[in-house]
Design a protein around this ligand. Structure first.
Ligand SMILES: [Zn+2]
Length: 397
C-alpha cells in the first residue's frame, strides 16, 4: 500500500526532502524531481565547486536526481550520463518512480541576414547542453524526443542536422564552414530559442569597420582591484580602456565602455550590457597581482584569458601583438573560467596587461605613451583575428 501511495502522490517539499534522503535505501522512489530556483545554474562534472561546468540552466528547469551527497544531487541526464547540481540552486518537487519525457512539437529555423534563429517548441523545461565542437555547434535537449510524425520541422537550412532520436534526447547539429562568432540560448514561453551569429563580412583594408566592440574596464568604485606603488588597478584599467576606445573608433569599429567613470558595476550587468549592445567582441581590461608575493619572480608580464573555444584564437592574436609591442614577459594565453570570459554571445577575452605589483611593470602601465602602445597592440590583435578567421575570397567586401 505504502509503495502505491508513494508512487502516485506527488510529495510536497518537506517530506520530499526526507524521501530523497532515503532515496537509495527505500527502493521505492527512483527519482527526485528537482526544479532550479535561479537562472544560470551550473551543472558540474563532479560534486564540488571546482569541477568542470557542463552547462548552465535557466530558472524552473526540471531535473531528475537519483543520488545525493552532502551538498549535491546527482542528476541523470540520460542513461549512464550523470552530472551534479548544488542543492542551494534547486528545490525538490516530488519523488517519482520513472522519468517522464515529452515529444518536441515544432522546430522552426529562421535564416536571417546576420544570424540563424532556431525556435524549439516543447512543453517541458528540460536540461540542455549547447556546446562547441570545433567550428560546429551541438545542441542536446534531454527528456525530449524528436518524433518524425509529431514534430514539425520548418525551413531547415542544409547546414543543420536533426538527428534521429534513439534515447530520450533531442540532438541538433550546426555544421559551420568558418569559425564560430557567437551564439546563445534563451528560454521562451514555448520552449527554447537558439541564436547563432553568422561569420562577419570583413573589409580587407578596414577589418574592424562595423564590428561592435564592448570594452570592460575591470573593477571600479570601492572595488580597487590590485593596489601597489600608490596605483589602483581600477584607474589604470579605465585609462587604458578609454585609449583603446579611441583606437577602435579610428578603425571604424562601434565601441562601448561598460563604465566611463570610477563606479562599481556588478559583473552580470557588464555581461548584460555587452548583450544589449549586440557586441561582436567583449574585452575585459585588467592589471594583475599575485595571491602569494613570493611568486613575484616566477609570474609576471602580459597574459590573455579565454573560456570558450571560439574565443581562443582572438586571445592568441592579442597576446602575440602585446608581447611584440610591450616586450613584457609571456604570461601566456590561458583557459580560465571567469564571469567575463564565459559569455558565448560574442567572442569574449580578458586581458591582464601586466603586473601592477611589479615595480618596472607598474611604472610602464601608468605611463600614457605605454598605454597607447598597449591599446594599439590590442586593436591590431583584433584586426589579425578578424582577417585570419573570416577574410576569404568570397567573404570580403
Ligand atoms: Zn582585475
Amino acid at each position: 500500500m505504502k509503495r502505491i501511495i508513494l508512487s502516485i502522490i506527488l510529495i510536497l517539499s518537506q517530506s520530499a526532502i526526507y524521501a530523497v534522503e532515503k532515496l537509495e535505501n527505500v527502493g521505492i522512489a527512483k527519482y527526485a524531481v528537482l526544479e532550479t530556483i535561479n537562472d544560470n545554474v551550473p551543472l558540474r562534472q563532479k560534486d564540488n565547486e571546482n569541477a568542470k561546468r557542463i552547462t548552465h540552466l535557466f530558472k524552473d528547469t526540471v531535473l531528475f536526481a537519483d543520488k545525493q551527497n552532502k551538498n549535491y544531487y546527482r542528476v541523470e541526464l540520460k542513461e549512464n550520463n550523470y552530472v551534479w547540481v548544488n542543492k542551494k540552486f534547486v528545490e525538490v518537487q516530488a519523488i517519482i518512480p520513472e522519468k517522464r519525457f515529452d515529444n518536441i512539437k515544432k522546430i522552426e529555423f529562421k535564416d536571417k541576414k546576420k544570424n540563424y534563429n532556431i525556435e524549439i517548441k516543447t512543453d517541458s523545461n528540460s536540461a540542455f547542453v549547447l556546446k562547441e565542437n570545433g567550428n560546429n555547434l551541438d545542441f542536446t535537449l534531454f527528456d525530449n524526443r524528436y518524433d518524425p510524425i509529431e514534430t514539425k520541422i520548418l525551413n531547415k537550412p542544409e547546414n543543420f542536422i536533426v538527428k534521429e532520436t534513439i534515447e530520450n534526447e533531442f540532438d541538433l547539429k550546426f555544421l559551420n564552414n568558418s569559425p564560430l562568432f557567437g551564439y546563445d540560448i534563451e528560454k521562451t514561453k514555448k520552449g527554447y530559442l537558439i541564436n547563432i551569429k553568422k561569420a562577419p563580412k570583413i573589409n580587407s583594408k578596414k577589418p574592424l569597420k562595423n564590428i561592435t566592440i564592448v570594452i570592460d574596464p575591470g573593477h571600479g568604485g570601492d572595488e580597487f582591484g590590485a593596489r601597489a606603488f600608490n596605483l589602483d588597478e581600477k584607474t589604470i584599467n579605465l585609462q587604458i580602456s578609454k585609449r583603446l576606445k579611441k583606437e577602435f573608433k579610428k578603425r571604424g569599429a562601434k565601441t562601448y565602455l561598460t563604465r566611463k567613470k570610477d563606479k562599481k558595476i556588478d559583473l552580470y550587468k557588464r555581461i548584460d550590457f555587452a548583450k544589449e549592445k549586440n557586441a561582436d567582441i567583449l574585452l575585459s581590461i585588467h592589471q594583475n597581482s599575485l595571491a602569494n608575493p613570493k611568486d613575484i619572480d616566477k609570474k609576471h608580464g602580459v597574459g590573455t584569458y579565454y573560456y570558450n573555444n571560439q574565443s581562443k584564437f582572438l586571445a592568441q592574436k592579442i597576446q602575440e601583438n602585446l608581447l611584440n609591442q610591450t616586450k613584457f614577459k609571456d604570461d601566456k594565453v590561458n583557459y580560465a573560467s571567469f564571469a567575463l570570459t564565459r559569455p558565448t554571445n560574442q567572442i569574449s577575452v580578458l586581458i591582464e596587461c601586466g603586473y601592477l605589483i611589479r615595480k618596472e611593470e607598474a611604472d610602464k602601465l601608468k605611463d600614457k605613451k605605454f598605454q597607447k602602445i598597449i591599446s594599439k597592440a590590442i586593436t591590431k590583435g583584433c584586426e589579425d583575428y578578424l582577417k585570419e578567421s573570416f577574410l576569404t575570397k568570397n567573404n570580403s567586401l
